[in-house]
Design a protein around this ligand. Structure first.
Ligand code: DAH
Length: 350
């Protein structure tokens, strides 16, 4: 049986699982000693080396996928159990408290916040494109956040990203610790430590000293970085085209405009079809049908050099954007602050 078929069968069967017992049976059916996937993996020894590599890799990936889905489903069952135990305890306590004002109210099960949800989605979309998801540091040095990215001490681009500097209590004279203003800060850090090719996505919190209707001192960004031999602007364009469709909807189009960021050359501003009017023009997109969403470009040779990479031989592209902004665009949310107020009436809509 082919792997796609096994995957589809598994997904169908998993959606029908109603109990822990069903789940355990399904696990045996797919991953057990005589399970469907195990049979494929065992059959590999009869294949040629080339086929072994091709099918083996895909089969192992599927195995990991199935195992992860089992873990998630198991967790769901366990959470349900705790919920029931909690409800029972609550009823027991309430039954001995006669005054209803002092009884414990029934609980409501929360769910994942739209920002976290979108971050998971970003990871999933890029993992499907074989990117590695990398964690960065929220406390950074001035060097990686600015200088290594071509934003030297007197560079005007620093003003736009004024941030929070941090005292290093052990080294009071050092003044170079800060809360990162951009996930781009991980670019050079990562290049220095990892062999090529690099293909990573870096989601995470970033900080700037802005606070108004459309800005918050803490917000999320994600950054993409690809470096290797022969990487072109065409690769950047197709990557963003695929990713934006997956993240914002199949009908999303993108458009590039030239722009400036100190760490890319050429630098680009990337617009996507306005998710609210679908491109026909509305007040959110100022009747243009487009929303400015990402910064991107080809990694500047100086940045490659700072990362210890031969800029004559290798090239790369990078892109970065704010997660809140994407969530707002996707769900037509009018104000950034709604995402942080934790008002249940708002959150329940997602
Ligand atoms: N870091 C930029 C910002 O916060 C966004 C950005 C622009 C990231 C261009 C990139 C890029 O990787 O190539 O405004």
């Amino acid at each position: 049986m082919d792997l796609e078929e096994i995957k589809q069968q598994f997904i169908d069967a998993l959606s029908k699982v109603g109990s822990e017992k069903d789940l355990a049976e399904l696990e045996v059916e797919f991953l057990g000693r005589k399970g469907k996937l195990t049979t494929v993996l065992k059959g590999l020894s009869d294949l040629t080396i080339v086929e072994k590599k091709r099918i083996g890799g895909a089969a192992n990936e599927l195995k990991e996928f199935i195992a992860e889905e089992f873990r998630i489903k198991n967790l769901e069952f366990r959470m349900k159990k705790w919920e029931l135990i909690g409800e029972q305890e609550k009823q027991d306590i309430n039954s001995i408290i006669p005054d209803s004002r002092f009884q414990i109210p029934p609980s409501t099960l929360g769910h994942i916040h739209p920002i976290s949800n979108f971050l998971f989605k970003i990871n999933r979309v890029f993992e499907e494109m074989e990117y590695e998801v990398v964690d960065g540091y929220e406390i950074e040095t001035d060097y990686y956040n600015f200088t290594a990215l071509g934003t030297h001490l007197d560079h005007p681009a620093r003003d736009e990203q004024d941030t929070f500097y941090i005292k290093d209590l052990e080294h009071p004279d050092k003044k170079d610790l800060l809360l990162r203003t951009q996930t781009s800060a991980m670019q050079v850090r990562y290049m220095k430590k990892h062999p090529l090719p690099i293909k990573i996505i870096i989601p995470g919190k970033t900080y700037r000293r802005d606070n108004d209707a459309t800005h918050s001192p803490m917000f999320h960004q994600f950054e993409g970085l690809v470096v290797g031999e022969g990487i072109t602007l065409g690769d950047l364009k197709s990557t963003l085209m695929i990713a934006m469709k997956k993240l914002l909807g199949e009908n999303t189009k993108i458009r590039f405009r030239s722009s400036y960021f100190p760490f890319v050359e050429p630098g680009l501003e990337v617009d996507v079809t306005c998710a609210i009017c679908k491109g026909s023009g509305c007040n959110v997109c100022k009747n243009t049908g487009w929303l400015e969403l990402l910064g991107a470009g080809m990694v500047h040779p100086d940045v490659l050099k700072a990362g210890g990479i031969d800029s004559e031989k290798y090239s790369g592209f990078a892109f970065g954007t704010g997660v809140e902004r994407m969530v707002m665009v996707k769900h037509a949310i009018p104000s950034l602050k709604l995402l942080y107020e934790n008002d249940i009436r708002f959150l329940e809509q997602f």
